[in-house]
Design a binder for this molecule. Structure first.
Ligand SMILES: C[C@@](CO)(OP(=O)(O)O)[C@H](O)COP(=O)(O)OP(=O)(O)OC[C@H]1O[C@@H](n2ccc(N)nc2=O)[C@H](O)[C@@H]1O
Ligand SMILES: Nc1ncnc2c1ncn2[C@@H]1O[C@H](COP(=O)(O)OP(=O)(O)O)[C@@H](O)[C@H]1O
Length: 309
């Protein structure tokens, strides 16, 4: 029996997201402080020697994806690109435990693609250089390079320029999605008439010892896609208000192109309490109390333990 490999696909959070320009090909230039959370999908797999790539999708959010052709799934696309690049004759039976809401601004599909790259490079013992991996990841989506990087960083360009930042402490958070997908291209199109933010505002050397000091610095920034997203899905305002009104909330903001929003809380207890209180009023919302991944917790999660449900 062949060994089972497993990789975690943590949700990506855009702590701030500024749109700083637009390229001739229509892609937008961004500047975003990105971190990752202990909430995420889990990808596992076994090696095949016939080159076939099979994907089974399980988990609470699998219904949003199982009806799609799995050939279009970012996990399978990542696997095919790695096969082409490396020339390997190996294949894989992959299982994606889908826990993150789909098309929700926390990069679930991108995180899965990045997890597939990590898992298959390990399983197939590929020795591809960083340049090849960066190229493959960007081909899969603008958010895939940062998910492959997997560490707190400042993301710029269209998503391919990554600057490491001092690690964040473990910050208590609540993630909420109102249960409705939003389309990233549509959000960018809707904000067409809005101007651009200035780049270079974030002090890349600044260190934060607590969620409070981070939230304070983040209050000078924002998410430039919020106006467009709330005009398409006004429920996002309800989510932001629900997060902000709970005790201990230091900041409530939308991630990416939405609709998932995050609240930063002073303590873990306050985050848990807020999540429970909001869940009792909104049974159809996806609500996840969590925390940011920092160096220490990331090392622990690499041991192979899966994310908490
Ligand atoms: C907005 C962000 C912020 O982190 O997050 P999400 O909302 O997806 O989580 C990302 O840039 C999304 O990255 P990703 O979802 O991989 O985007 P892609 O598949 O490459 O592009 C989808 C579409 O979004 C628009 N797009 C995306 C990225 C970018 N820098 N400029 C753009 O204009 C383009 O219209 C593109 O056709
Ligand atoms: N493994 C996957 N998980 C989620 N979405 C996927 C996956 N593979 C392909 N997709 C497609 O990618 C699109 C963006 O999904 P996702 O990455 O979840 O969005 P976002 O980056 O906004 O959180 C969806 O429309 C979905 O159909």
């Amino acid at each position: 029996m062949s060994a089972t490999y497993s990789e975690q696909a943590p949700a990506k959070i855009n702590l701030f997201l500024h749109v700083t320009g637009k390229r001739d090909d229509g892609y937008h230039l961004l500047e975003s402080l990105v971190c990752f959370t202990a909430t995420g999908d889990v990808l596992s797999g076994e090696c095949r020697d016939d080159g076939a790539i099979n994907l089974t999708i399980t988990g609470p959010m699998s219904a949003s994806l199982v009806l799609d052709d799995t050939r279009d799934n970012l996990v399978v696309r990542a696997a095919r690109l790695l096969q082409d690049e490396s020339g390997t004759a190996l294949g894989a039976d992959l299982v994606l435990d889908k826990r993150l809401p789909v098309a929700s601004g926390i990069g679930g599909g991108s995180a899965d693609a990045a997890a597939a790259i990590r898992l298959l490079c390990d399983m197939w013992q590929l020795d591809l250089d960083q340049k090849a991996l960066a190229r493959i990841s960007l081909t899969l989506g603008a958010d895939v390079p940062v998910c492959l990087h997997g560490k707190t960083c400042l993301m710029s360009g269209i998503g391919e320029e990554l600057t490491d930042l001092p690690d964040l402490p473990e910050i208590p958070m609540v993630l909420i999605n109102p249960g409705k997908a939003v389309s990233t291209p549509e959000i960018f199109k809707t904000r067409e008439d809005e101007g651009f933010s200035i780049s270079g505002l974030w002090d890349i050397e600044r260190e934060f010892s607590s969620g409070a000091s981070l939230a304070d610095a983040l209050s000078d920034c924002g998410n430039d896609l919020t106006l467009a997203a709330t005009s398409i899905l006004p429920e996002i305002c309800d989510v932001l208000n629900a997060l902000a009104r709970e005790e201990g909330c230091l900041l409530a903001r939308m991630s990416g192109s939405g609709a998932t929003c995050f609240g930063i809380y002073d303590t873990k207890e306050q985050a848990e309490k807020a999540a429970n209180a909001i869940a009792s009023q909104h049974v159809d919302w996806w609500i996840s109390p969590t925390q940011t991944l920092c160096e220490q917790t990331r090392e622990l999660s690499n041991i192979g333990a899966s994310f908490p449900d």
